[in-house]
Ligand binder design. Structure first.
Ligand SMILES: [Ca+2]
Ligand SMILES: [Ca+2]
Ligand SMILES: [Ca+2]
Length: 180
């Protein structure tokens, strides 16, 4: 007696996805000694490695790398559900920006995860550049015969040029257009 094969259709209820947990948002300060962080974890178990690329713009640094340098996080089948931490620090530029924002984008690749949509992280950056420029030093060269601190003699040939340094107070500079 023969028994006919039965075909069973199984629908998978596990969907490839990536969850980002900001906890309480991501906020950092230019020149600050402590940064901020968020975590990334996969939503379903892969059968092979999945790489999530964390790509900041030039305003931030992630995991200690230079500003704008992307970092790959690798999830393997045995640790797919362990959140991985992304440490964020502000790039300390010299531009007066006020409070501004940085975008960190994420791209996944591997084992069904390639091309899945992952949300961006918007980082709030507090500026440490003020509306006053730092004091600057101007060096003026006077001919020796009118120099305030000339040394005696030395009038043979060209008059000696004595540098005189003057420290000028900070000068106001125009700030940037306000952020929308
Ligand atoms: Ca900045
Ligand atoms: Ca700065
Ligand atoms: Ca700045």
């Amino acid at each position: 007696m023969s028994i006919a094969d039965v075909t069973v259709s199984i629908t998978d209820n596990d969907t490839a996805g990536v969850t980002i947990d900001l906890v309480d948002g991501v906020a950092v300060t230019e020149g600050g000694t402590t940064g901020d962080s968020y975590t990334i974890v996969l939503d379903s178990e892969p059968t092979a490695n999945v790489i999530v690329t964390v790509d900041p713009d030039t305003q931030t640094r992630v995991n200690g790398y230079s500003a704008g340098v992307s970092v790959d996080l690798t999830f393997i089948p045995s640790n797919w559900d362990t959140p991985q931490t992304v440490n964020v620090a502000a790039y300390n530029d010299a531009v007066i920006e006020g409070t501004h924002y940085s975008d960190i984008t994420h791209i996944a690749g591997g084992d069904g995860y390639t091309g899945v949509s992952i949300e961006n992280v918007i980082v709030t950056i507090s500026d440490n550049d003020s509306l006053l420029s730092p004091s600057s030093t101007i060096t003026t060269h006077y001919p020796a015969n009118i120099a305030p601190e000339r040394s005696p003699g030395n009038y043979r040939g060209r008059p000696r040029q004595l540098p005189v340094q003057t420290t000028v107070p900070p000068t106001p500079q125009a700030g940037p257009a306000p952020e929308p």
